[in-house]
Write a protein that binds this ligand. Structure first.
Ligand SMILES: N[C@@H](CCC(=O)N[C@@H](CS)C(=O)NCC(=O)O)C(=O)O
Length: 211
């Protein structure tokens, strides 16, 4: 499998899950400003023009972070990254993946910029903060009783949630109202797979390239 990624973006979630899974994979860095990668025009690979993309071993091109996470989890056996299809735990994971994709990930995107980008001005940061605040509070409340989202053990939705807590930090939002999310973020940073991913990705792509 090959993951097309940009440092510090939502592609970090499948990157973490690949690393946690122990499966072999390779990485291709995408230049989101020029829309290029080592193989040329990135838009030819993904006409949606964003990361992540996962190229599977059978050369299918998968897009949409939540779907890619489910795919990776489904390739592994017995480690609960994604539970057995149809079980109660599976549906809980599906609900979280969908919630994070549509209520958190999407709401962190600035409506004032072309494409899918985090806010880059004080006004847009405030605007986004007001949208994500109630949604983050909901997750924070759930994490009062547990360390991870489903069955209190690490699984695919936690990798996605870490992208969000990492963005809280990047955007300079305070964790004061989200103490449980802060604990979650610290716990995730203790995981060897997460440390490897942060090292591999290095400095996050800047928030300032696009106006
Ligand atoms: N619906 C997509 C959204 C992916 C997305 O927002 N990707 C951002 C990075 S977090 C991106 O590549 N933005 C570049 C652009 O839109 O130009 C998903 O869920 O995977």
């Amino acid at each position: 499998m090959k993951l097309f990624y940009a440092s510090g973006s939502s592609s970090m979630a499948p990157h973490i899950l690949l690393e946690e899974s122990g499966m072999s994979y390779s990485l291709e860095k995408v230049n989101l400003d020029a829309k290029t990668w080592d193989g040329g025009d990135y838009n030819l690979l993904n006409p949606k023009s964003y990361v992540p993309v996962l190229k599977t071993d059978s050369d299918s091109v998968l897009t949409e972070c939540a779907v890619i996470l489910e795919y990776i989890g489904g390739q592994t056996n017995g480690n609960h990254l994604i539970e057995k299809y149809g079980s109660r735990s599976y549906w809980e994971q599906r609900m979280w993946l969908n919630y994070i994709a549509t209520e958190l990930h999407k709401n962190f995107i600035s409506p004032f910029r072309k494409g899918n980008w985090l806010p880059n001005t004080d006004d847009s940061k405030k605007f986004v903060y007001n949208r994500v605040l109630p949604r983050l509070k909901l997750v924070d409340n759930v994490l009062k009783q547990q360390e991870y989202l489903v069955n209190n053990k690490f699984s695919a939705p936690d990798a996605y949630l870490f992208v969000i807590t990492n963005w809280i930090k990047r955007l300079g939002y305070s964790f004061d109202a989200f103490k449980n999310l802060q604990r979650f973020d610290s716990k995730m940073r203790e995981r060897t797979a997460v440390q490897r991913v942060l090292d591999q990705e290095g400095k996050a792509h800047t928030l300032q390239e696009k106006g």
